[in-house]
Structure formats: C-alpha cells, structure tokens
Ligand binder design. Structure first.
Ligand code: FAD
Ligand code: FES
Length: 267
C-alpha cells in the first residue's frame, strides 16, 4: 500500500558528491522492499512534477522507529532544493512506490550492478539476497570517486566487489560496459540486477543474455506524478506475447526484465 505522508528530515550528511538524507516518513519505511522509491513533492508551485528517489536504506532511529535514507545528487531545481533542506524540515512524500526487484527462490549467484546515485537501491537488495543464502557480487561504477556510492559499504555487503570509475580516480578506469562480460563470468551469475544510465542498463541486459543469465533493470525515467495517473513515464517494452507496447515506468516498473526493454527507443 502506498501512503502520502508528511516527512521530516532527521539528519543530513554530505558524502562525496551526494547528500544523504535520513527521513522519518510514518508507515513508508515499514512497507519498503528493495527497488521501491518515494516521490517528493517540491515546495515550489512553479515545479509541479514530483521527483523520484530510491530508498537507499531503512534503519531504526531512536525514538522514531524505522527511517528512510535517500541519496540526493544536488543538481537541478529539485535535487538542489532537497539536498539543501536543513534538519527539522518537513516535506510531502508518497511511497513506497514501484515494482521492487524480484528475489530468486533458490540461493543462486547474483551480480548487482550500480552506477552513480542509481546504485542506491542495490545495497538493501544485497542484504536481502545474502539473507537468502545467495552469493552476491557487486559492480559499483561512478563518474569519479565522488560519485561512487558507498564503496566501503559495498565491501561489507558482498563476496566480491569490482569498482570502476570513468576517470580512473579509484578502481579500474572505464565503464560498466567495458567490464560486465568478464565480471559476469567471474561471478558465475545466474541473476543480474542493474540500476544506472540507460546505455549502461542496455549493455548489462545484453551481456546477461549472452551469458544465459536472467536480468532485472531499474529504469529511471522522469515521473511527473509517479503514481500511474499521468502516463508521462512511458517505457517501451516487448510484452510476454512478443508484442511491442509501452508500460508506465512508475507502476509497471521501474524494475523490469532487461530482455523485455526496447532499449533503442529510450533517449
Ligand atoms: C525511479 C527513480 C529513482 C531516482 N532515484 C534518484 C536518487 O536516488 N537520487 C538522485 O539524485 N536522483 C534520483 N532520480 C532522479 C530524480 O528524480 C530527479 O530527476 C533528478 O534529481 C533531477 O531532477 P531535478 O529536479 O534536480 O532537476 P531539474 O533541473 O529540475 O530537472 C531537469 C529537467 O527534467 C525535468 N524533470 C526532472 N525530474 C522530473 C520528474 N520527476 N518528472 C518530470 N520531469 C522531471 C525537469 O522538469 C527539467 O526539465 C531518480 C529518478 C527516478 C525516475
Ligand atoms: S509518472 Fe505519471 S503515470 Fe508514471
């Protein structure tokens, strides 16, 4: 069930290029599954569209119960506003939203691929998979060290971690597409989960298919309402019947099977 609540900023911390916000949002954290997101209503009547943010963590905060953590890149109108909120600020949010990542029934080997801020939903996913006995390998990518999300934490949540940065400031220099085939082979992954730019997701989905693995991709598209009403988040897919159609990324996604997306039609 999705709730619309008034949240409160309990903590705000700069980490690299990002701002990590801890929010109390009554009822939302309790209903969270990895891959869910929240939609934030901006306190600016000139910007009507909501902004979607992955739920990065759910942790108990003394006196408040479970709280949400979001990773906000302070760019653009929405991101700058949200990242600049001081502790104690109130904000309107809707969540949890979206179809979460599907968990495997068997304890299989899983590769999780996250790029820039989009790596946020993969950390709670790694925890859930480990609880189910899955072997978790992480591939974390960023533009540079500052945009590499929680690299230290990644080492705690996975059996093996590969780090790539576009500028080579930490880990291997390169992009996900350069290392995905080799990483998939090394991890012997049967299931691949990915969140990042569209071209990265396309590369991961294609490599997974070549490797005979099942992929789930978290596709970020602008979501003016985020609740399924406006149809402004069209995601081109091929249905189970083989027929091309569009689905709403906010409700039928944002996590969809990688082999079902018509990647060439995404900008
Ligand atoms: C499922 C999902 C999860 C996301 N998770 C994160 C996250 O964890 N961390 C993070 O930093 N970002 C995340 N984003 C991106 C985030 O929602 C914003 O789009 C991003 O922060 C840029 O918005 P802005 O307001 O800062 O930029 P602006 O400069 O205000 O917007 C840039 C342009 O895009 C348009 N636009 C931006 N967002 C929307 C929207 N929601 N609907 C319609 N038009 C829009 C604006 O109108 C403008 O034309 C996520 C997006 C999606 C869809
Ligand atoms: S954003 Fe409105 S239907 Fe998806």
């Amino acid at each position: 069930m999705t709730l619309h609540v008034t949240g409160e900023v309990l903590d705000t911390k700069r980490t690299g290029a990002y701002r990590h916000l801890t929010l109390v949002a009554p009822g939302v954290a309790e209903r969270f599954r990895p891959g869910n997101f929240v939609a934030i209503t901006l306190a600016d009547s000139a910007r009507l569209a909501r902004r979607s943010y992955w739920i990065h963590q759910v942790r108990p905060v003394g006196g408040y119960g479970p709280a949400l953590q979001l990773v906000v890149e302070p760019v653009g109108g929405g991101g700058s506003w949200l990242a600049g909120l001081p502790v104690g600020s109130k904000l309107e949010l809707t969540g949890p939203l979206g179809r979460p990542f599907a968990l495997p029934k068997e304890p299989v080997s899983c590769l999780l691929v996250g790029e820039d801020h989009s790596a946020a939903p993969l950390f709670p996913l790694a925890e859930r998979l480990r609880e189910r006995g899955c072997a978790v390998t992480l591939l974390v990518a960023g533009r540079d060290e500052a945009h590499l999300l929680s690299a230290l934490e990644a080492r705690r949540s996975a059996r093996a971690v590969t780090v790539v940065t576009a500028d080579g400031s930490v880990g291997q220099r390169g992009r996900v597409a350069d290392v995905i085939a080799e990483t998939l082979g090394r991890a012997r992954a049967e299931v691949v989960y990915a969140a990042g730019r569209h071209d990265t997701l396309h590369a991961v989905a294609a490599a997974a298919e070549d490797h005979g693995a099942w992929s789930q991709t978290a596709v970020e598209l602008p979501q003016p309402c985020a609740t399924g009403l406006c149809h402004g988040c069209a995601l081109p897919v091929v249905g189970e019947d083989g027929v091309a159609r569009t689905v709403r990324a906010c409700t039928e996604g944002p996590v969809v099977r990688g082999d079902r997306v018509r990647w060439g039609e995404l900008a």
